[in-house]
Design a protein around this ligand. Sequence first.
Ligand SMILES: Nc1ncnc2c1ncn2[C@@H]1O[C@H](COP(=O)(O)OP(=O)(O)O)[C@@H](O)[C@H]1O
Ligand code: SF4
Ligand SMILES: [Mg+2]
Length: 341
Amino acid sequence: MTQTVQDGALENEAPGHDVLRLEGLHVSYKTAAGPVPAVRGVDLALPAGGRLGLAGESGCGKSTLAGAVLRLLPKSARVTGRILLDGEDVQTMTWGRLRAVRWAQASIVFQGAMHSLNPVRRVGDQIAEPILLHDKKVSRAAADRRVATLLDQVGLVAARAAAYPHELSGGQRQRVMIAMALACSPRLIVADEPTTALDVMIQAQILRLIGELVSEHGISLLMISHDLAVLAEHCDRLAVMYAGRIVEEGPADRVFADARHPYGRALADAFPRIGDAASRRGPRGLPGDPPDPAHLPEGCTFAPRCPITAEECLTAEPPLIAAGDGRTAACVRMDVLREGS
Ligand SMILES: Nc1ncnc2c1ncn2[C@@H]1O[C@H](COP(=O)(O)OP(=O)(O)O)[C@@H](O)[C@H]1O
Ligand code: SF4
Ligand SMILES: [Mg+2]
C-alpha cells in the first residue's frame, strides 16, 4: 500500500510537472468607463517545488493575476486563457471542486492581514476552520493540536490561538495568515505583497519565514512584490510585469544582476537593498508611472519612460523573445541595453 502511494507521488513529481501554468491569460474589468485590460496575454509556468517571483510597480496587474489563479476576482472581471493547477483548469471547476482546491491545493497570503482576518473571531479558530472544512474526519481536538503546531512553525506560542486579531502586532497577524495558508498542506502558496504594510525588520523576518517554510514542506511559491531585490533573494525565477504583460522572465540571479529589459533593469537599480525604505514608494531614477490600462500607448507600453526608446519601438508591442541564459525579454533594443551595461 505504502509502495503504491509512493509510486503515485513520484509520478506526480515527474520532471516537467507544473503546479501552476498560465496560458494566454487575459483579464479585463468591465467598468462604466469601458473595459480595463489589466492582464494581457500572460504565459507562466511554476514547476513543483519552484519559487517564482512576480515583480512590477503598482497597477501592473500582479494582484489581478494572483486573484485569477484562485478565481477570487470580482464579477466584473472577464477571464480568458487557461489557468492550470496541477493540470486542472481552474475556470471549469465546479464551486464544490474550487472550495476543495482553495487552501488544500493552493492558498494565498494577502498584503493586509487585518482585512483578511475576521476581527471578532479568535485567530486559533480561524486557522482551524480550513482544517475542519477540508477534512470532515478531523476532531476539534486534533485540529487544535494542528493549530498549535502551525503557530509554532510560524514562530508564535500556542497560547496566541486565543487572541483576537487586534491583540496581535502587524507582523504577528501576518504570521497567522501564513499559518492559515499552510494549514491544509497546499501544493502552492501565492504570497501577494505579504509584507508591504510591515516595517523593514519585520518584512525581512516574514519573507525569510515564508522561504524556509515552503522549502521545508516542498511547497511551490508565487511571490509578488514591487521589490526585485526581495524577490531575487527568495525565488529561483523572476518574471517582470508591466502594463499587464510579462516583459522579462528568467533565472532570478540573472534577471536581477543583468536584466535584458529596461524596465527590469530600472527595477533592479531601484531596490538595491532589501527593504530600502527610501525607495519603497517607487523605483529611483524612473520617471512617471505605469500607463492606465484603459489608455495604453501605441507600440511598446514602456516607451514613454524608457531611457533608450527609439522610433522602432513605437510601431508594435514587442513580443517576448529569447534573451540568452534561459531568459526571455520583450524589447526590440536589448542589444543596445547590453552594450550600455
Ligand atoms: N475591480 C476592478 N475594477 C476595475 N479596475 C480594476 C479593478 N481591480 C484592479 N483594477 C485595475 O487593474 C489594474 C491592475 O491592478 P492590480 O492587479 O491591482 O495591479 P497591481 O497588483 O500590480 O498593483 C489597475 O489599473 C487597477 O486600477
Ligand atoms: S522596446 Fe524600445 S521602448 Fe520598449 S523597452 Fe525596449 S527600448 Fe524601451
Ligand atoms: Mg497588488
